[in-house]
Ligand binder design. Structure first.
Ligand SMILES: Cc1ncc(COP(=O)(O)O)c(C=O)c1O
Length: 449
């Protein structure tokens, strides 16, 4: 079948949404939960590589990748073949009750990415939030402590444990009653908005001071704290990378006090920043690492990887029905090989290329306040006024919508940023096309500013 996905670049042939897309949107409104946050009316029908075709045959260049999930692009032939082969051999057996080789095989691959100073063990789940829940339980179990420290702006998921950590948007927590006790939030280093005027490298020293001199002395003693959980690059919060020294300082504090350092790599990991894990840039060794999203090209897989000495819970302490499903792990294994076999290097190369073309946007566009990130995890912050840095959510939404109408899929992030998180397969021609569309979209939004 000839389809629009056979192109490398966008082709829009109808008004958006087209007539068939409109039908699906009306159908969806009848039956689907109204809590879902659709930014714009894309009705996806099929997808291949970095192209998504909608119900009316329009082809979009995908710089959202299903929220940083489709790391190898859509329907990579090697991932599809692995899924098909495994689906014909065995779909499910429940790795909690029985053994199958796919679990240790893929766990060994994940462990090969971890610092060699320690031995590591793996637990598989199905979603990012499940990895977070498991890590909270493991940290509490291992330390026999219950307090948790997380950061403003962070997003760790929407189930009640992970939601207690999430501090991204109050609507995500509103009306859900009392959440987990013992959670304290502290500021996240946000260089663009640093009140002390620090740089991307130096911002956050005062937060370390707050933690050690205020929280630990006035709220709860460090020996009560089970874990500090941090995103090395805040994802939903606006694609904000933590300075490397900040992560190193967190490790120092955790090591000194027997606190578990949990790195939530659900959005930033699996090669997206040019290294397996975004924390690798800081050269640290966390106690527990969480991954999901980009791990299996769209199949539901999550994992938490912990030091062997930390994952010391007893039989029956934690389990799952679907976690480690053979078909999902076949996809994960194929994804891993592709990332290791070149896509991680491509993320760094094309990420640097994009940066070299857009880092001067704040000089060229009056509504662009900041361009930041690493590899193919790039945030663009939209402001009403570069001097006051007033957040301009309406202009951000306009840029995202303008890009959609020109055939580029992006997503908002945080209050007023745009996330650029394409599949790791994109090349410079696709990057150039996306940059051109983004620039046109920003220019058009600027007229409203
Ligand atoms: C850093 C981070 N952690 C956890 C989650 C939750 O993942 P999921 O939606 O798969 O539950 C997300 C989702 O966006 C995330 O970005």
């Amino acid at each position: 079948m000839i389809t629009a996905t056979e192109t490398k670049l966008p082709k829009i042939k109808t008004a958006l949404p087209g007539p068939k897309a409109k039908e699906v949107i009306a159908y969806d409104a009848k039956f689907m939960s109204p809590s879902l946050t659709r930014d714009y009316p894309l009705v996806a029908e099929r997808a291949s590589g970095a192209i998504v075709e909608d119900a009316d045959g329009n082809a979009f260049l995908d710089f959202a990748a299903g929220i940083a999930v489709c790391s190898t692009g859509h329907c990579h032939p090697k991932v599809v073949a692995a899924i098909q082969k495994q689906a014909a051999e065995m779909i499910h057996i429940a790795g909690t009750d029985f053994y199958h080789r796919h679990m240790p095989e893929f766990a060994e691959k994940l462990v090969s990415t971890m610092p060699k100073s320690d031995k590591w063990k793996v637990f598989f789940g199905n979603s990012g939030t499940e990895a977070v829940e498991g890590a909270i339980k493991l940290a509490r179990y291992h330390t026999k402590r219950d307090k948790l420290i997380a950061f403003y702006g962070c997003f760790h998921g929407r189930t009640l444990g992970s939601l207690s950590l999430t501090a991204s948007k109050s609507t995500q927590r509103k009306n859900f009653g009392t959440l987990l006790g013992g959670v304290e939030h502290i500021p996240y280093p946000y260089a663009y908005r640093c009140a002390l005027g620090h740089t991307r490298e130096t911002c956050g020293g005062e937060i370390i001071e707050l933690l050690e001199q205020q929280i630990f002395k006035r709220l709860f003693a460090p020996e009560e704290v089970a874990a500090i959980i941090v995103e090395p690059v805040q994802g939903e919060g606006g694609f904000i990378p933590a300075p490397l020294f900040f992560l190193q300082e967190l490790q120092r504090i955790c090591n000194k006090n027997g606190i578990m350092l949990i790195l939530d790599e659900v959005q930033a990991g699996m090669g997206r920043t040019g290294k397996w894990w975004a924390y690798d840039h800081a050269g640290i060794t966390p106690d527990i690492v969480l991954t999901a999203k980009g791990i299996a090209s769209g199949m539901p897989v999550a994992a938490f990887i912990a030091k062997e000495s930390v994952m010391n819970w007893k039989v029956g302490s934690h389990g799952t029905t679907y976690g480690g499903n053979p078909v999902c792990l076949a996809a994960a294994s194929a994804t891993f090989d592709l990332i290791e076999g070149g896509l991680m290097a491509n993320a760094e190369k094309v990420g640097n290329y994009i940066f070299s073309k857009i880092s001067d946007w704040p000089n060229r566009f009056k509504i662009v306040g900041d361009v930041r990130g690493k590899g193919l995890m790039i945030g663009v912050e939209i402001v009403r006024d570069q001097r006051t840095k007033e957040r301009a959510a309406d202009l951000r939404d306009a840029v995202v919508d303008n890009a959609f109408h020109r055939g580029l899929l992006t997503l908002g992030s945080g209050e007023n940023s745009i996330r650029i998180s394409p599949p790791l397969i994109i090349d410079e021609e696709q990057a150039d096309c996306a940059i051109r569309i983004m620039e046109e979209s920003i220019r058009e939004a600027e007229k409203k500013a």
